[in-house]
Design a protein around this ligand. Structure first.
Ligand code: FAD
Length: 390
């Protein structure tokens, strides 16, 4: 079966949806996703999305990002991301995203590890869900955009080193050749390849495998982020994340005797190592996270999702510490892209976690990924519309 579109977008997370919304309405667009529309990591984002608070924050935001990334970041893309951040947040507000606000109507900011100041916009502890549901409702209003769920990309169509679309299998097991002038890969992370991960198991780095097969340039494939605090469970499958903003708001890590053993706000990679060391010392499968320093009001409002999920699993975080363990969380490497999210193959773009813009260097600063995703998704759309796909 053959179908034809102007743009095919593989992935319906924040990256795929925002690309579609930023393309001009005269494009005939197809978005596909592997499972249902809910099964994307963007839905799971808890902490929030970074923004440049004001011009005086530029140097700090830049340095925080580079310092977390071990100074291996691409400075040009970090600069673009930071300078674009306010427009992205304003656009999300215009689209209807309900970020938490102060009584005077200004945005509330929270803090996560390795940020020198609070600069993260959030919606309770379900920011990703709020953003994705808003983007999805806007996409569904567009008559030029079609979504096919349970449709899996199996390969790309390549002619003379130019991408002409993708080959996919739909929910009926039919193979479809989807031809498009431009193709955008937005397939997310690689957590499904790991035993312990905070990601959806269906996210298995498919676009990266396909890119490798076609000699498309890849970058930093060994840069995998381990999140310090997922809720410990004996069960396999997706681990529930305990957002870093919990530690940003005061939660502390304890050893088996109930004593603090580390600075909880160290960058993720360093803190994960310290936790592993402590687990080895205690011969334990986890350490403990205590919400005692966080007020009950903050727990029940800001951390409503964490509070309720822990309660369902038998832990009342207002009363007792919870067992936490590091887990695979994010992939800094991926398909190499330029400042407009173009890959090394003509007419092929990559956005979001599957791409490598170089923004994160060796280690991602918390809450920079949703921002990176949206900034470069928009740039890919603008580039496609300006006809510079080649
Ligand atoms: C628990 C958790 C909490 C997080 N919290 C934050 C946070 O607070 N702030 C922040 O900035 N970042 C956070 N992140 C990271 C961030 O959510 C992700 O990096 C980002 O949302 C990725 O968006 P994406 O569009 O690239 O991918 P996703 O949102 O994961 O979407 C991937 C899409 O690709 C589709 N797909 C995959 N393979 C195929 C295929 N072969 N064929 C067709 N479709 C395919 C999937 O079905 C899905 O629709 C968090 C991540 C996790 C897991």
């Amino acid at each position: 079966m053959r179908i034809d579109y102007d743009v095919v977008i593989v992935g319906a997370g924040a990256g795929g949806l925002y690309t579609a919304l930023n393309l001009k309405d005269d494009n005939k667009i197809l978005i596909i996703c592997k499972e249902d529309l809910q099964s994307c990591d963007s839905m799971l984002a808890q902490g929030g999305i970074c923004v440049l608070r004001d011009e005086n924050d530029y140097d700090d935001f830049f340095n925080d990002t580079l310092s977390a990334g071990h100074f291996e970041n691409r400075k040009e893309t970090v600069d673009i991301m930071i300078k674009s951040s306010r427009d992205i947040i304003n656009n999300l507000l215009d689209l209807g995203v309900r970020f938490d606000k102060n009584s005077d109507g200004s945005l509330k900011y929270t803090k996560e590890a390795a940020h020198s100041k609070p600069r993260i916009c959030f919606h309770n502890d379900t920011t990703g869900k709020e953003i994705v549901e808003t983007l999805l409702s806007k996409v569904k209003e567009k008559s030029n955009i079609t979504i096919m769920d349970y449709t899996e990309m199996k390969d790309i169509i390549v002619e003379d080193n130019v991408c002409r679309g993708i080959i996919a299998e739909n929910k009926f097991g039919e193979i479809i050749n989807i031809y498009a002038d431009n193709t955008v890969l937005a397939t997310g992370g690689i957590g499904g390849l790991y035993e312990h991960s905070t990601n959806f198991p269906s996210l298995t780095g498919d676009a990266i495998k396909i890119a490798k097969k076609h000699n498309i340039e890849l970058e930093n494939l060994d840069y995998v982020q381990i999140h310090p605090t997922s809720l410990y469970s004996e069960k396999s499958g997706r681990h529930f994340l305990i957002s870093e903003s919990a530690r940003g708001e005061g939660a502390i890590l304890l050893d088996k005797n109930g004593n603090r053993f580390v600075n909880e706000l160290l960058p993720r990679d360093i803190l994960s190592k310290e936790i592993y060391k402590q687990m080895e010392k205690e011969n334990s499968k986890y350490v403990r996270l205590s919400f005692e320093p966080v007020s009950k009001e903050v727990i029940k409002n800001h951390f409503k999702n964490i509070y309720n999920t822990c309660l369902e699993r038998g832990y009342d975080i207002t009363k007792e510490p919870i067992p936490v363990v590091p887990a695979q969380h994010y992939f800094m490497g991926g398909i190499h892209v330029d400042i407009n999210s173009k890959t090394s193959m003509k007419n092929l773009y990559a956005v979001g976690e599957t791409s490598c813009t170089g923004v994160h260097g060796k280690n991602r600063l918390a809450s920079n990924s949703l921002l990176e995703c949206l900034v470069f998704a928009k740039r890919s759309a603008m580039n496609i519309d300006s006809g510079k796909g080649e």
